[in-house]
Write a protein that binds this ligand. Structure first.
Ligand code: FAD
Length: 486
């Protein structure tokens, strides 16, 4: 049965003005948005096929202000959802049950830089790339580098345990967090740190998709930037040669810093959007970067990569050894997603993981499924991690197309599971994958996860309807999302 305290906020305007007035009394009027036009800007993240408006947006400027808002929401039974830059690709930051969206936009200070101990402390709303920019003079960088890094926030990266092109060698966000400050659902300000003793709460909170509290600050680990970097861009006449090269490179014992793939759909988009052209017979590109402090070892790694390219009939291999040439080779990877915006009004990027050896078969499966559904698809992904990103481009004004994108994505994710993989590598479960959780985990597994979550978030007011299925009051949201209200 639905929890009346939650349902009262769903899709109604009554009580909204008093909510906004209460919030304005706590934070001041310039920290509260409640006009319809403003709220529309917060009704989804980058997974745009699911939308749900909050009744108010708050813009706190300190941890203490976050704590006040959380205490108010919990006291009044109002659901609240924290939002960073809103670049999430699984609907994590949408206000599924309405209520309050708590933006970290004004939590944007770098609090301390400690190059000697390779640490930096920043507020949660700081953009990922700003951290690396600030510590570059010390020869350091923040290793997690999601392709959204110019805007996506530290808090969002922590919540999603984000990866990026350099995850293959450097790991995901959790490996780069020393400590964090979080406002719990009780409105308490707690600190969690990496210590040798006690339970690893950081490992539980990082990746919990904003369902356990509001992270307001974090201390991150900084990584020395490598002295030598060689980058290669190889063209292949077909996807199978490219994907078999990926498995061959890894099997050779080489661990590149990045191993990214772009298929013909991406090449077509790059040409349409920016006039970029690659080898005329290319159906796929592989971008490989090797790095380290020992020039000879980096050279030897790249030699092994080139041998794998040779064995798999690469049409052309371009090599870059300086920053200017390297930037040119990265253009296809960096501009690929943006280019797809030129192909259709909307895109949905799916995210799954499979063993790398299954890449050739999986790509064929994706093309067959997209063709059967009459959908355009392009693939641009972290091939070295076996982390797929089939990106469907379509017209979201047509409910039938939206439904086919969701269903086709689910079929691809089920295939990932059959091949021994996972339904997400880095974009999270959010609302998008929630129905697939019970296919990936047994009821007992889900019950244990629910127990852990309930310790941090007993009433489900903090980011409801995300990650774990069958939450109270979420059936209505799910029904709207699956096309009923389109
Ligand atoms: C073009 C593009 C490229 C991308 N490339 C990558 C990639 O290479 N790798 C990758 O992993 N992802 C990628 N993403 C996905 C996305 O950028 C990441 O998930 C990113 O970490 C989200 O950060 P954000 O600040 O936008 O968070 P939001 O989208 O605002 O929120 C994401 C989730 O985090 C929670 N959250 C946000 N801030 C906090 C906080 N302070 N405390 C608690 N919870 C919080 C939200 O509630 C939500 O559940 C990409 C997205 C786009 C659009």
């Amino acid at each position: 049965m639905a929890d009346p305290a939650l349902v009262v906020w769903m899709g109604q305007t009554e009580g909204v003005s008093s909510l906004a007035a209460d919030l304005a009394r706590i934070l001041g009027e310039n920290a509260v948005l409640h006009e319809d036009a403003a709220l529309r800007a917060y009704d989804c993240d980058a997974y745009t096929v699911d939308r749900s408006k909050p009744q108010a947006v708050v813009l706190p400027s300190s941890t203490e202000e976050v704590a006040k808002i959380v205490r108010y929401c919990v006291g009044a039974g109002v659901p609240y959802t924290v939002r960073g830059a809103g670049t999430g690709l699984s609907g994590g930051a949408l206000a599924a049950l309405g209520g309050v969206t708590l933006s970290t936009k004004r939590l944007n200070k770098i609090l301390s830089v400690d190059p000697e101990n390779r640490r930096l402390t920043a507020e949660a709303g700081v953009a990922n790339k700003r951290i690396s920019d600030v510590v570059r003079p010390y020869g350091l960088h923040f290793a997690p580098d999601p392709s959204s890094q110019t805007v996506s926030t530290l808090g969002g990266n922590i919540a999603e345990n984000s990866g990026g092109p350099h995850t293959l060698k450097m790991g995901v966000t959790v490996q780069h967090i020393h400590a964090l400050k979080m406002v719990t659902v009780d409105g308490e300000i707690e600190e969690f740190a990496l210590r040798g003793d006690g339970l690893d709460f950081l490992g539980v909170i990082v990746g919990s998709e904003g369902t356990m509290g509001v992270v307001t600050e974090a201390t991150v680990r900084l990584t020395p930037s490598p002295k030598h970097v060689i980058t290669a861009l190889a063209s292949f006449a077909n996807v199978r040669d490219a994907t078999e090269s990926v498995a061959a490179i890894i099997a050779s014992g080489t661990l590149p810093a990045a191993l990214e793939m772009m298929d013909k759909g991406v090449l077509g988009a790059l040409k349409a959007a920016f006039g970029l052209e690659y080898h005329p017979a290319a159906a796929a590109l592989l971008l490989v970067e090797c790095d380290g402090d020992d020039a000879q070892a980096v050279e030897a790694e790249m030699q092994a990569v080139r041998q794998a390219f040779g064995r798999h009939a690469a049409l052309e291999v371009q090599i870059a050894e300086d920053d200017a040439a390297r930037a040119k080779l990265w253009v296809a990877r960096k501009k690929g997603v943006g280019a797809m915006g030129r192909l259709a009004p909307s895109i949905v990027t799916h995210d799954g993981v499979i063993p790398r050896s299954e890449l050739p078969e999986m790509l064929e499966f994706i093309y067959a499924e997209a063709s059967a559904a009459g959908l355009g698809v392009a693939n641009l992904f972290h091939a070295g991690d076996g982390n797929l990103h089939p990106c469907f481009y379509f017209d979201d004004r047509d409910p039938g197309q939206v439904e086919r994108v969701i269903e086709t994505g689910e079929r691809i994710m089920r295939r990932c599971l059959e091949l021994g993989g996972s339904v997400t590598g880095e974009h999270g479960i959010g609302v998008e994958k929630i129905d697939l959780m019970s296919e990936m985990f047994s009821p007992a597994d889900l019950a244990v996860q629910g127990l852990v979550k309930s310790i941090f978030n007993p009433g489900d007011l903090c980011n409801p309807c995300k990650v774990l299925p069958n939450q109270k009051s979420c059936a209505e949201h799910r029904k709207r999302w699956r096309g009923v209200a389109w």
